[in-house]
Design a protein around this ligand. Structure first.
Ligand SMILES: Cc1ncc(COP(=O)(O)O)c(C=O)c1O
Length: 347
């Protein structure tokens, strides 16, 4: 099977496993794990923050961050298809009493004017007050799109005037950096909290991190324990993340090329399904509107031919490239997928 369901399916390489085996460890709840402590310092410095907190998942890193910015009954605004509101199962409401409102943006692309249009800070006793904005970069369901740094800058300047804070869901900020050439420090500069993941394109088996100032990170450490995610000898997991940072960032460019190749092959048979110019990183979203078969049906046909993808709805199919998919496998997918798409549009 060629598995293009997600970049979360990657398995740790032999070299990563060896780095994990030899990692110094200690009890992290006591603050004694040298590998976790070093990783938190490393990633915080990379993005220009005072402190970092290792978490088992990106969802937890997001949730710990937003509960630092938003009090119960207050409002976080974000894009309609962002992971925080679509795929974290209402965690912000369930655990932190956070209410959300969303703006919709084609391909998830941020325009500063969208959040600024719907933000309602200091709404007094009759309406909920907006206090924070979350931005996802790259935007997963938007098709791995890279957010414009100019829009981020403008949003930061204008939202600060309104007293709002900003959170970055940077699960795939590594891909954004490789595609745009913009430094992690620059990306970090415009946000109060950031989450990053090591377990997606970077290929670690587990691990994410929340970044912020010392005060918010200490508070998040208490909440992480309260949520039952205070962990012990996590140095082995930190070593995997550390290995991923050393070895697996620059190679993301290869995943981006593979995604381009898939998009171009499909575009060549049915141009409306995907525009290769819209594929900026490692995620290809196929728009099957107007086809005679649904995305789940094409997905089943692909599966029968040895390729796994993810239907995101009745007319949307997502393919994600990653470090466990070779150029040969992409070439093989290109002998199968375009034909299936072409047939899907024939009456
Ligand atoms: C943009 C984005 N943020 C956060 C997450 C959450 O990561 P996890 O699955 O580790 O909770 C994901 C997972 O796919 C994601 O795509």
């Amino acid at each position: 099977m060629i598995d293009l369901r997600s970049d979360t399916v990657t398995k740790p390489s032999q070299a990563m496993r060896e780095a994990m085996l030899s990692a110094p460890v200690g009890d992290d709840v006591y603050g004694d794990d040298p590998s976790a402590n070093a990783l938190e310092e490393r990633v915080a410095a990379l993005f220009g923050f005072e402190a970092g907190l290792f978490t088992p998942t990106g969802s937890l890193a997001n949730q710990l961050a937003i509960r630092q910015l938003v009090k119960p009954g207050e409002e976080l605004i974000t894009e309609t298809f962002s992971h925080i509101v679509r795929a974290e199962l209402g965690a912000g409401a369930a655990f932190s009493g956070i209410t959300t409102r969303t703006w919709e943006a084609p391909r998830g692309l941020l325009k500063a004017s969208d959040p600024l249009r719907i933000a309602r800070p200091d709404s007094g006793p009759y309406q909920v007050s907006t206090v924070a904005i979350a931005v996802e970069n790259t935007h997963n369901f938007g098709g791995g799109t890279v957010q414009s740094i100019d829009e981020i800058r403008t949003l930061r300047t204008e939202s600060q005037k309104l007293g709002l804070t900003m959170h970055l869901d940077g699960a795939r900020i590594w891909n954004a950096h490789v595609a745009s050439g913009i430094s992690f420090l620059e990306y970090g500069k415009y946000f109060d909290t950031v989450s990053v993941c090591f377990s997606k394109g970077l290929g670690a088996p587990v691990g994410s991190m929340m970044l912020s100032n010392k005060e918010r990170t200490s508070s998040a450490r208490v909440w992480r324990k309260r949520y039952g995610a205070g962990m012990r000898q996590i140095g082995m997991l930190a070593a995997a993340a550390n290995f991923a940072l050393d070895n697996n960032i620059a190679r993301l460019e290869e995943d981006h090329r593979h995604a381009q190749s898939l998009a171009s092959a499909v575009h060549a048979v049915v141009p409306t399904v995907v525009n290769p110019a819209d594929v900026e990183t490692n995620i290809v979203v196929l728009d099957l509107s107007g086809a005679y078969v649904t995305a789940p049906e094409i997905n089943a046909q692909l599966k029968a031919a040895g390729v796994l993808a993810s239907p995101l709805g009745p007319t949307t199919l997502r393919l994600v490239t990653h470090l466990d998919v070779s150029a040969e496998q992409i070439a093989q997918v290109n002998t199968i997928l375009p034909g299936l798409v072409a047939s899907a549009f024939k009456a």
